[in-house]
Design a protein around this ligand. Structure first.
Ligand code: GLC
Length: 718
């Protein structure tokens, strides 16, 4: 019998180095096969090379759970019955934990689910900066500060990619609103670009080693970001040495020549011509399909351009589906629920707690009234592409019943109602608002305690893709309902389920407020755990809560500054985003960045640094003792902000450059050591096009929020 050929082709041999496999595969492919790698074959997949056994690339949303299977060529669901996932908390909740280790666990768990669902690319995480509280997609991102976003996104990517699944960081870049997202041309200074909007993407690429990145829909300095020479060829692929694949947002490519030459690798979208509407479903009309092939054949575009794209896509495939050593993943496991539960519990932020009404002493409350549509509404549905078909979602009402139902009588009044959770349409409720409100007020008179669950929801024009909020106030007349409830009951605990800051005109009428985000499948369990004291809240705000909308930089100029004039937008607040603006303008926030209360108290001991003079290449060693001076175990987030006292350019009063989450038992003290690289204190020098640390005096602000500074330590940079 003939001895079977046992020579495995090099590109199929996993023992060969990645680049060797890539070059070998490339050498065997035709031009048509290489071009086919560069564009969609279906709604969420692109071709491999069938002739060579090189597999397809399957992609799936989203940042906080693996989306249900979608149809081959439309946005409808594929009606699978085995794709109900674990819904992890939305990323603002993850950011609020200020806990990078949790972010690693989160990435690993969601990566296991994506792997199990046979996806090569997870379309997330999103790291666009929180510039205005009106942005419909803030709930999907990691807040207003570039340092926090950078530190939290890197471990998430490591966790995902451990599973042989590519994280696809998005939306690169400057997609900080939904209105006119498809074409708005963003203008801003180089300092704002490099100091605020790029750092999290740079960390994702250079430290997270992300294997994919998604271009954003908007324009930047005149070119669409999905094929933007400065962003993709210069900054991403040259300066940051990104060796992965650039994928469009869906329908984000608009121009044959730019798509070919400006750093795009895989064009995804809906329909035929790369735009989002089409009459036929052939993908051969995409900019990186026939037009690209034609330009290559007639010599308009060099085959070097094609080979670079093909290499990047092959690298993506060999790192994922054709890496036989990658793990097998797992789906909807108790471990994943545990991660979702832990992130939710650690992300919840205690904003107010007068008379220590929390944690609840259940013996004191025989009759508890739960009010609010958000106590029962499914929050994993809606919101746009990050929507999830969750295996389960414990509602806040269910959580309260599970935890307090034995000792207390739990009643429910909806109180207010919104419309359906529709993407692209706002559907007003059919219920009568007055009767809902009057019923809740009547029942509140009889209750010992009211637990109010309100906030926003995943409706269009709320926390949802495709549109921005139209007001800073709570929607659905909640302010009126809350004011009325507080008149008839002095014990109204407010729990906000939302991904954005809101105005709180009723703040002085209620004793306690929790910011609970969108906690996902474990929502009710996590919230009840904090209300009961089983969990001591340790979350800190990843973005500032202003008193009113124009407390925010983006919202204190003109229309051109936000949301733009329909064609262009100018970020006039420049580098002063979030607390940087509040500090510069001496505006007192309702609740500052980095703020969050605990059921216990902490004492910061005197902080010391190892030297008084440093060079820009030094690392400052900061040390202090932290003590739990209260009555229950808890965790504090020590935050370090730096201030450049004398600089040749305008610099923020303080910038976050370090944080550390420390868990302490009652009476326990611990020495906390933090390393602060002086190089990270630089500003971006526009003239010299480089980062610069100017010599002189700096102040290290050590505190438990951006406004609660315990100590200021002066240091000199030589
Ligand atoms: C959407 C979103 C993007 C998502 C993609 C696929 O328009 O902007 O975040 O991953 O299309 O659903």
């Amino acid at each position: 019998m003939l001895q079977a050929q046992n020579t495995v082709p090099v590109y199929l041999d996993p023992s060969k180095p990645l680049e060797v496999r890539v070059e070998n595969a490339l050498s065997l492919m035709t031009m048509e096969e290489k071009v086919a790698l560069c564009h969609a074959q279906s709604k969420f997949s692109s071709k491999g090379v069938q002739r060579l056994g090189i597999t397809e690339v399957w992609m799936s949303d989203g940042p906080h759970g693996v989306r249900e299977e979608i149809q081959w060529d439309n946005w409808g669901n594929a009606k699978f019955t085995n794709d109900s996932c674990t819904a992890f908390p939305a990323l603002t909740c993850l950011a609020a934990t200020f806990n990078p280790e949790l972010s690693l666990n989160y990435g690993k768990a969601i990566g296991e689910e994506a792997r199990y669902r046979k996806k090569e690319v997870l379309l997330g995480p999103g790291v666009n900066i929180y510039r205005t509280p009106l942005n419909g997609r803030n709930f999907e991102y990691l807040g207003e500060d570039p340092y926090l976003s950078s530190k939290m996104v890197v471990p998430y990517i490591h966790g995902v990619q451990q599973n042989g699944v590519a994280a696809c960081v998005k939306h690169f870049a400057l997609n900080n609103q939904e209105q006119w997202r498809g074409n708005i041309d963003v203008e801003l200074s180089d300092r704002a670009l490099y100091e605020i909007y790029l750092p999290a993407f740079k960390a994702a690429v250079t430290e997270g080693k992300a294997w994919a990145i998604m271009g954003s829909y908007n324009k930047f300095r005149g070119q669409h970001c999905c094929h933007n020479d400065l962003l993709l060829n210069k900054i991403l692929k040259t300066d940051w040495k990104f060796d992965g694949a650039v994928i469009t947002d869906w329908g984000g490519a608009h121009n044959d020549k730019e798509a070919a030459l400006n750093g795009l690798d895989i064009e995804m979208g809906t329909g035929t011509d790369g735009l989002t509407t089409s009459s036929q479903s052939s993908y051969d009309f995409y900019h990186l399909a026939n037009p690209f092939l034609k330009a290559l054949k007639n010599g308009e575009v060099s085959t070097d351009v094609l080979n670079d794209k093909a290499r990047r896509v092959l690298r993506l495939i060999f790192r994922t589906n054709m890496n036989p050593a990658r793990p097998w993943g797992s789906f909807v496991t108790p471990e994943h629920s545990k991660v979702a539960n832990q992130v939710a519990k650690e992300g919840i932020v205690l904003l107010k707690n007068d008379q220590q009404i929390l944690p609840l002493d259940v013996k004191a409350y025989k009759k508890i009234l739960v009010v609010g549509e958000n106590a029962t509404r499914k929050m994993t549905l809606g919101g746009g592409s990050s929507e999830l078909k969750a295996k389960y979602e414990i509602s806040p009402l269910q959580g309260v019943k599970n935890t307090f139902g034995q000792q207390s009588e739990i009643k429910y009044a909806m109180g207010y109602a919104s419309g359906g959770s529709a993407y692209g349409r706002e559907l007003p409720s059919k219920l009568n608002a007055d009767s809902l409100r009057n019923q809740a007020i009547r029942m509140a008179k009889e209750a010992d305690l009211v637990l109010y669950f309100g906030g926003l929801n995943k409706n269009y024009l709320q926390d949802c893709e495709g549109g921005d909020r139209t007001q800073y106030d709570l929607p659905f007349d909640q302010n009126k309902l809350l004011a009325e409830l507080a008149k008839v009951n002095k014990k109204v605990v407010v729990v906000l389920i939302s991904g954005n800051a809101v105005a709180m005109p009723w703040i002085n009428q209620v004793p306690a407020i929790l910011q609970a985000w969108y906690p996902g499948s474990e929502s009710g369990n996590a919230i009840a755990s904090v209300l009961s004291g089983e969990t001591n809240p340790s979350g800190k705000l990843p973005f500032s809560f202003g008193v009113k909308l124009n407390d925010y930089g983006a919202n204190s100029f003109d229309k051109l500054c936000f949301p733009g004039d329909g064609t262009r937008e100018v970020y006039k607040e420049d580098i002063l985003v979030g607390y940087r603006w509040f500090d510069a303008k001496n505006i007192a926030p309702l609740f500052p960045f980095g703020y969050g209360l605990s059921y216990t108290t902490f004492q910061f001991g005197k902080a010391t640094v190892d030297k008084t003079k440093y060079t820009k290449n030094d690392v400052v060693k900061l040390s202090f003792t932290l003590t739990n001076t209260g009555t229950t175990t808890g965790a504090e987030v020590a935050q370090v902000y730096i201030q450049d006292k004398v600089s040749s350019v305008m610099r923020p009063v303080k910038e976050l450059k370090g944080f550390s989450k420390i868990k302490l038992g009652v009476g326990e003290s611990r020495v906390v050591n933090m390393e602060l690289p002086v190089s990270e204190w630089a500003f971006y020098d526009e003239a010299g096009k480089q980062w610069k640390v100017e010599p002189g005096q700096f102040i290290i602000h050590l505190g438990s929020s951006s406004r609660d500074i315990k100590q200021q330590i002066p240091v000199t940079i030589e």
